[in-house]
Ligand binder design. Structure first.
Ligand code: NQM
Length: 358
């Protein structure tokens, strides 16, 4: 099934329909998506990392968990399939997809919402996804009487709101919220925060890289000097973040922050890690928002925090993204992320048979 999940798009598969052997699975998926090819012309991929994504969903054997969700990022031009990052955007489609495929118990006819506990295999953490139901099926458009219709920046129109609440995401990839144990590090003379609240991100001031921070993604991508400096920082950050050699990895992401230009708390431009995101990733946003709440970080330095420090609005190239997180700094400086929640929408685009390239 082809679905839009948040501001991304991907192919969703039932785990049992794919080969068990990861190498055979990855080979099949590349042939389905048209990887490697800049245009992915011979497959279902959309020629951008945000549309070259796969979600693999199955019933979970874990107690207290309904579904297992494995996310795979497929390269576009390069023949890569990576499970080293999560995707909170595709997560929005996981519950509805599972209901469509009979991986969840049928919903009573009068149900108006379903809550599922999803084990995010990539980071071994749990998210609770709540999505609207109408006549026992996913209510993508939010047409039910009790459904809330919402719009998310980066996606035209409105749809039924899907809430995602993340539990225990901190350190899922790096082993700790702050893998170096510090809020502030310096790489190539640039002050950075290396952080992981479900997505490893290097957060730094746009001004320290010689840009304003509100440029269009295409303009930033065309800046060869900026890209070279960012890649140098990323390659050094990898081992420091316990990610090892990240030459071929899609993490860590790189986020350039600057003072808000509109009504938000912080302006962001995120490299994922080579293309500049047209918006911002879900868990990427949670990581950046967490950094903005940590005194002494470059993000906190310039964030314009309002009265409600648990609700942060991050501005991005196509609008803004609201995060709701609660961070507690203990007596000895131990930082704990108590809660992280966001709202997305998702939509079934096509359901059918894919014909992989031979
Ligand atoms: O950070 C893009 C996206 C993502 C990942 C990326 C995401 C997340 O927008 O949780 O959603 O950072 O590669 O889909």
């Amino acid at each position: 099934m082809l679905m839009r999940g948040g501001t991304s798009k991907g192919s969703y598969f039932v785990a049992d329909d794919l080969p068990d052997d990861p190498a055979a699975r990855d080979d099949l998926l590349m042939r389905v998506m048209g990887t490697p090819d800049a245009r992915q012309i011979d497959g279902l991929g959309g020629a951008h990392p945000l549309t070259s994504k796969v979600a693999i969903v199955g019933r979970s054997a874990r107690r207290g968990v309904d579904l297992d969700y494995l996310f795979l990022q497929l390269g576009v031009e390069r023949p890569t399939v990576s499970d080293r990052q999560n995707c909170g955007n595709l997560l929005a489609g996981v519950g509805p997809f599972a209901l469509e495929r009979g991986l969840l118990d049928p919903m009573p006819g009068d149900a108006y919402a379903a809550s599922v506990r999803v084990h995010m295999v990539n980071t071994d953490s749990v998210a609770v996804a709540t999505f609207p139901i109408l006549d026992g099926a996913p209510d993508y458009a939010g047409l039910g009487d009790l459904a809330e219709r919402t719009s998310i920046d980066g996606v035209p129109g409105t749809a039924g709101a899907i809430t995602l609440d993340f539990e225990d995401v901190a350190g899922g990839s790096c082993g700790a919220l702050l893998p170096t144990g510090r809020v502030l590090d310096v790489i190539d003379d640039v002050e950075v925060t290396m952080i992981d609240t479900g997505m490893p991100v290097v957060v730094m001031r746009a001004a320290d890289l010689g840009v304003v921070g509100d440029e269009a993604p295409a303009e930033l991508e065309a800046d060869d000097d900026l890209r070279r400096r960012l890649e140098s920082i990323r390659l050094q950050a990898g081992p420091l973040m316990n990610l090892g050699d990240v030459t071929d990895a899609s993490v860590p992401k790189l986020c350039l922050v600057s003072p808000p230009k509109g009504a938000g708390q912080l302006t962001t431009r995120t490299f994922i890690p080579h293309r500049c995101h047209e918006a911002i990733g879900v868990l990427g946003a949670v990581s950046v928002a967490t950094a903005a709440l940590l005194p002494g970080s470059p993000a906190a330095d310039i964030a314009d925090l309002g009265d409600d420090a648990t609700r942060l609005v991050l501005e991005h190239p196509t609008g803004s993204f609201t995060t709701s997180i609660a961070v507690e700094v203990g007596e000895h400086g131990a930082i704990e992320v108590r809660r992280a929640g966001i709202v997305r929408t998702a939509r079934k685009l096509m359901d059918g048979t894919a014909f992989p390239r031979r």
